[in-house]
Design a protein around this ligand. Structure first.
Ligand code: GUN
Ligand code: ZN
Length: 432
């Protein structure tokens, strides 16, 4: 057993339904085999466990590990594309890089960069858009297993419209997906996600094969893109006989509590109702939406309909792995919507980046906050003396203000350590 002593901030009570930021000052968590088995004031816990090893994290802030619900592993070397809307960006910028994943050695070095980038940003769990090549997806799961991240990912499938070398067939997609799942699903912290790229690049036959794969893998997730860009939405409507975007998935049984849809910047009320009733999640990806000019995310409409929303970095349209930056951009986005925006506090941002993501990934019983009964997935923020964040924290008025400064000024450079299941991550960069 280990006692972790420090200041812990988390959101076990949802701030979107009246919960408050939980602030544990000079608290100790007792962690046994990765599980938090006790929590309380340090002196009290120390008295009950006088002989246990203490990890002293005082002087910093401990947050739950972040949960990134939408991030593309093969796009890490394609961050920074400017001046293009979605379809042009895919064609000219992202997909040429994704085609390089045909070379498994190349994919493996990208996978290493990817998992290190996630860990260094304090992300401990992620739903990852894989590659169009099965061997490249193997390299991702291999790299994630080495670092110890909680990764859910799968083979990305498309059978029309995008470049030829990324296309598959419904039969091949089925076979390769099941083979990957048999190698990785439920192995260590890995799980499988059925991942059609978006219905624009998928025929009904391919989406039907995705449904068959999903039925064959108990506990698998489903993920894809939805209502991101107006030209994309018009093209989907034309290909699917005028139906709305959610229906293109729903008609194949792909919309339920296991489904995570990225973006949904331009939904209809009918679609929001369906998403809410099905228990699906929308992954809000605010830096990506800004970079590609996709639009301002209607968070208030999602919440009014009862749609579950979490946060995604959407690297490589997104600008990096940090969910601190995504949280800040989510805040900006609602500010820019003026009267139509949903005001966000720092507690909302933390919830979106942690517990909401855990729930989206079906991990809500295990991670997302630092309560007794949860796994110890956590990150320590301790900015260097004199850094902008250190100055900001020093002058904050209370814990919520401190957290607001963390989201405004914090970067991966401020993250000193990351744990999963109570184990300090060793990502071989020497940083965490
Ligand atoms: N829609 C289909 N593929 C992609 C992608 O790679 N990035 C984003 N942002 N949207 C997509
Ligand atoms: Zn995406």
């Amino acid at each position: 057993m280990t006692l972790f002593r420090g200041t812990f901030l988390d959101t076990p009570d949802n701030p979107f339904t009246g919960g408050k930021l939980r602030v544990g000052t000079d608290v100790a968590l007792v962690v046994k085999d990765g599980l938090i088995v006790a929590r309380g004031p340090f002196e009290e816990i120390r008295g009950a466990h006088p002989a246990e090893h203490i990890v002293d994290l005082t002087g910093g802030l401990v947050l739950p590990g972040f949960v990134d619900t939408h991030v593309h592993f093969p796009q890490i070397r394609a961050v920074g594309g400017m001046g293009m809307p979605l379809l042009e960006w895919l064609d000219k910028y992202a997909l040429p890089e994704e085609a390089r994943m045909a070379d498994a050695a190349y994919a493996s070095s990208v996978a290493d960069e990817f998992v290190r980038g996630l860990a260094a940003a304090g992300t401990t769990s992620a739903l990852v858009f894989g590659a169009h090549y099965a061997e490249a997806v193997d390299t991702l799961f291999t790299a994630a297993s080495r670092v110890g991240l909680r990764i859910t990912s799968g083979l990305v499938v498309s059978d029309r419209i995008i470049r030829e070398d990324l296309l598959t067939t419904p039969e091949r997609a089925y076979d390769e997906s099941l083979a990957l799942a048999s190698r990785w699903h439920g192995v260590g912290r890995n799980r499988y996600a059925v991942t059609p790229r978006f219905s624009l690049s998928c025929t009904d036959e391919l989406l039907a094969s995705c449904q068959r794969v999903l039925e064959e893998i108990p506990g698998a997730l489903f993920t894809s893109h939805l209502n991101e860009n107006e030209a994309e939405i018009a093209a989907v409507a034309e290909l699917f006989g005028g139906s709305d975007y959610v229906s293109t998935y729903e008609r194949h049984g792909l919309v339920d509590h296991r489904s995570v849809f990225a973006h949904n910047v331009h939904p209809t009320d009918v679609e929001l109702k369906l998403l809410a009733e099905s228990g699906a999640t929308v992954a809000h990806c605010p830096t990506s939406n800004a970079v590609l000019g996709s639009g301002l995310f209607p968070l208030g409409r999602h919440l009014d309909h009862g749609v579950h929303v979490a946060l995604g970095s959407d690297v490589g349209a997104g600008t990096g792995f940090s969910l601190l930056k995504e949280g800040l951009q989510a805040y900006f986005c609602q500010q820019l919507l003026g009267d139509h925006g949903h005001p966000l506090s720092s507690a909302h941002l933390l919830h979106l980046a942690t517990a909401a993501g855990a729930k989206a990934l079906g991990l809500g019983a295990d991670v997302g906050d630092l309560s007794v009964g949860k796994r110890f997935d956590a990150q320590l923020l301790r900015p260097l003396d004199g850094s902008p964040l250190a100055v900001g924290i020093e002058h904050a008025s209370d814990a919520e203000d401190t957290l607001a400064r963390v989201f405004t000024l914090g970067t991966p450079a401020d993250i000193r350590a990351v744990w999963i299941d109570g184990q300090l991550l060793n990502d071989s960069s020497g940083k965490v």
